[in-house]
Ligand binder design. Structure first.
Ligand SMILES: O=C(O)CCC(=O)C(=O)O
Length: 336
């Protein structure tokens, strides 16, 4: 168990014949076809949702308009110029890189993850690689990432380990940190489905890693296509330049008054109060987004049928202080 599933071919944009062929983690060949209803849900990910005017995060609405949202800048053309890439990361606080990873490997990992669940969780007629929610939770499923939940064994699997140890990721981190780098052992897998009304609250990473250096590169990797309807990550434009004092008043509006780390669960409030827009993306499998430890980010609720699956990894300079809480493998109940 835990071996990487391999996607052998995919005809993802065909209007009549949508299928993905892959070998699952126990070596069985699969041909995943979608019925027209499920395919409609899947194909929607490929478009910017122009029809959407309201989004939510943690159940609170946020208008999807030009006053509050803009697109992330695509830095893929800078990949061949390390100095420019470093400058852009420093200036913007993030990088969005298209096609940095092999999309077939990403889809294979998605298939591996969703095949760990009771099939009742997945919409009839769909395959694990699509991760389409049936609307029904398997009974007895432990909380996300706790021992016994599929995410807990997934982050400890050989397939996941091989995926995150991709030298492309380490090289990118070293380019941005300007030094030899290490991947911190706490690797988080996030998984959301429609109706949970639970999303990532506005926060900066350093508030969760403040026992070590702030010279960090976080890589957010969607394991599958991901749009605003799939509850992807969003960043607050230019917020890495704000001081702690400027952020303090925002923390008054929070659904976690006993936890000083999140800034707020109300993304509309954060945007309005600071006069800054949230930046979103439509990501494809293989794209990655990197951010520094001071850029405010959050996520949206899933509104479509397709479940959001992603991992976030952190890299530090090899010679730097590393927060001890991030030196052990992630578990959903580790409290960190
Ligand atoms: O994926 C998410 O919802 C949040 C990810 C995150 O907080 C991060 O990558 O630092």
């Amino acid at each position: 168990m835990g071996e990487l599933a391999v996607v052998t071919s995919a005809s993802s944009d065909s209007s009549t014949n949508f299928e993905v062929n892959y070998i699952n983690r126990v070596g069985v060949q699969h041909c995943a076809r979608l019925d027209p209803t499920a395919r409609g849900g899947y194909d929607k990910l490929r478009q910017t949702p122009v029809a959407v005017t309201q989004l939510t995060s943690n159940g609170l609405s946020i208008p999807f308009d030009g006053a509050r949202f803009t697109l992330l800048r695509d830095s893929t053309p800078l990949l061949s110029d390390p100095d420019a890439l470093r400058r852009r990361f420093h200036d913007d606080g993030y990088l969005h890189l298209r096609g940095a990873l092999d999309p077939d490997e990403v889809r294979a990992l998605r298939a591996d993850y969703f095949s760990r669940f009771d099939p009742i969780y997945l919409k009839t007629g769909t395959e694990p690689v699509h991760g389409v929610f049936s609307g029904q939770l398997p009974s007895g499923l432990p909380p996300h990432g706790w021992p016994g939940h599929p995410a807990h064994s997934f982050v400890r699997s050989a397939a996941f380990t091989r995926f995150i140890e991709n030298p492309t990721l380490l090289r990118l981190a070293e380019t941005l940190l300007g030094a030899s780098a290490v991947l911190l052992p706490r690797h988080i897998v996030r998984h959301f489905h429609r109706g949970s009304s639970s999303a990532t609250r506005a926060h900066v990473d350093f508030d969760y890693l403040d026992e070590g250096s702030d010279q960090l590169v976080t890589m957010w990797i969607p394991l599958g296509d991901c749009s605003v309807e799939t509850g992807g990550i969003i960043y607050l434009e230019g917020s890495h330049r704000l001081s702690r004092e400027e952020l303090a008043p925002l923390r008054k509006v929070t659904d976690r008054p006993d936890d000083p780390r999140p800034i707020s669960h109300d993304l509309s409030w954060v945007s309005t109060r600071l006069g800054l827009r949230w930046m979103h993306i439509v990501s494809r499998a293989g794209d990655i987004t990197l951010h520094n430890s001071h850029l405010i980010h959050a996520s949206l609720d899933v509104t479509g049928e397709v479940m959001r699956l992603s991992t976030d990894l952190r890299f530090a300079r090899r010679d730097d202080n590393i927060d001890y809480r991030w030196t052990i493998p992630w578990s959903g109940n580790d409290g960190n």
